[in-house]
Design a protein around this ligand. Structure first.
Ligand SMILES: Nc1ncnc2c1ncn2[C@@H]1O[C@H](COP(=O)(O)OP(=O)(O)OP(=O)(O)O)[C@@H](O)[C@H]1O
Ligand SMILES: [Mg+2]
Length: 264
């Protein structure tokens, strides 16, 4: 049965699109049929992040306007044949799309895929509500910063009205060295503040964006990859092993690494 998961946050720039793309890539690399849907109408960038912007013929609005069938609008990934995306359009400014039309569209696609990941826009306006309405599960993304956590809490309170099956938390842009030095909130601090199940902790790494743009997702030797891989195991097998970003900054060697980070 297809699982439809919306990736949302409230606050912008915390990593929703990055997480959608990388989780999609890893699930597809593990032989699952995956669809990424860009619900960030007007400010969409999932196509750019996935490197398929020049392969788009139709978008979600063409399907709504009857210019193409839903299958014609799907764009297959260049590297992973089991990964598809349904693009949005940059030309849209104000849209009044009926949520029922979007729900029907997603329902029509469910029989083709194991996972549908919906990339939600920042904010809590109508586009956010439409994205949530089309999903059965949610991932709330936050960084360990007070402003992002406050927005995540607001989103969580709104999500409760939608009776989703499973709402989980992913912490992104985490700095293990700062947690060890008690200059960043720990995973437990954030978990306690939001009272939500953490299913992933992703470290802040310089080349996340670059690795995606060069195709194929983050470098398979990176800590980000390990983290995304553990998150995929939660969605594939229900295992909840969470990446610990502090491990490499503990002990004598860890202290050296913290000092080295000051100079890079
Ligand atoms: N773990 C990470 N380490 C370093 N940079 C990251 C990480 N995750 C995301 N980024 C960077 O942060 C920026 C914002 O990420 P992204 O676009 O995924 O956020 P978003 O929540 O989708 O933003 P928006 O709300 O605007 O849609 C990008 O430049 C991305 O490369
Ligand atoms: Mg985004």
């Amino acid at each position: 049965m297809c699982r439809t998961i919306v990736v949302t946050s409230g606050k912008g720039g915390v990593g929703k699109t990055t997480i959608c793309a990388n989780l999609g890539i890893i699930l597809a690399s593990k032989n699952k049929n995956v669809l990424l849907v860009d619900f960030d109408f007007g400010l969409n960038n999932l196509d750019v992040v996935m490197g398929v912007e020049n392969h788009i013929t139709y978008d979600i609005f063409d399907v709504i306007d009857g210019n193409c069938t839903i299958k014609q609008a799907l764009v297959q990934d260049i590297i992973y044949p089991k990964l598809f995306m349904l693009p949005s359009s940059h030309l849209i400014e104000n849209n009044n799309i009926d949520v029922e039309i979007l729900k029907n569209m997603i329902n029509e696609l469910k029989y083709m895929f194991d996972y549908i990941l919906i990339d939600c826009p920042a904010g809590i306006d109508n586009n956010f509500k439409r994205a949530i309405s089309c999903a059965d599960e949610a991932i709330i993304v936050t960084t360990p910063h007070i402003s992002a956590i406050r927005d995540a809490d607001k989103v969580l309170s709104l999500l409760l009205k939608y009776k989703l099956n499973n709402v989980c938390l992913i912490l992104n842009k985490v700095r293990g060295d700062l947690i060890v030095k008690e200059k960043m909130l720990s995973v437990k601090d954030v978990e306690d503040a939001l009272k939500l199940k953490v299913v992933g902790v992703i470290p802040e790494e310089d080349f996340v964006n670059f690795s995606l743009l060069s195709g194929g997702g983050v470098d398979s030797k990176s800590d980000c990859y390990k983290s995304f891989s553990l998150i995929s195991e939660y969605y594939l097998l229900g295992k909840r092993d969470i990446f610990d970003p502090t491990v490499k900054y503990k002990g004598v060697l860890g202290k050296l690494k913290i000092n080295l980070r000051k100079f890079v």
